[in-house]
Design a protein around this ligand. Sequence first.
Ligand SMILES: C[S@@+](CC[C@H](N)C(=O)[O-])C[C@H]1O[C@@H](n2cnc3c(N)ncnc32)[C@H](O)[C@@H]1O
Length: 243
Amino acid sequence: MIPHPVLSHRYARSEERQGYVKELFDQGAKHYDPVVGWGFLGTGAHYRRTAQSRHGLKPGMQHLDVACGTGLVAVAASQVLGGDSTITCVEPSDGMLAVAREKLPNARFVQSRAESMPVEGEAYDFLTVGYALRHFADLEATFREFHRVLKPGGRVLIMEATRPAGRIGSALFRLYFGVIYPFFVRLFTRSRKAEEMMVYFWETMDTCVRPEAVVSALKAAGFRDAERIPLMGIFSEYAAVKA
Ligand SMILES: C[S@@+](CC[C@H](N)C(=O)[O-])C[C@H]1O[C@@H](n2cnc3c(N)ncnc32)[C@H](O)[C@@H]1O
């Protein structure tokens, strides 16, 4: 199941999507942390940490952060774990990886896409994805890969922003993420790529499959207790357990 259709004004065919996304994040990497920091009013670090605690992350666990980007989820995890030595970060973009490596000196880094990760099976207690679900080529296949690498009883937590279903909420969401946020990103960074990164963020949220489809894909990949926890009408936590 593809998370969103081809966005033909960005790339012509689905096979070109990963190349487009990689270049976007390679070039936008240096702007990512400040842009995400003020766009979410500085709440991101606290949220990423408490969400992982609520879903059962504990010291001693082997943690896999998929699509780690600049390391925001992994840094938050290291505060719960009491260090970064049991963290493995998977990420395809050189630019994002370079920023993450600086912050997590003892973590292991694997340059890879989520769909097929060169990491051992049944090795991780806790797997996270922060705001990257929309970039995977196929949800069910990627979730099968998550299922492969988790230990029995291991948990997956996927954090995502989700366009509200109602008309008014959806219009406000569109106004903020589609217009206001990219405008200020361009103004403050003076970078076209940073602006495009945020417009693409909006476009993929707008066209993303609905939450029920994500939960179905988790179940189809073999997970049990798959659920979506909505937050403030605009965020989703998808959680599931490997039996
Ligand atoms: C919006 S950033 C999220 C970064 C970080 N997880 C966070 O919470 O801030 C999305 C990340 O997904 C990565 N990405 C894109 N396609 C991917 C894929 N197929 N597999 C794994 N990561 C991917 C991008 O390179 C980018 O770093």
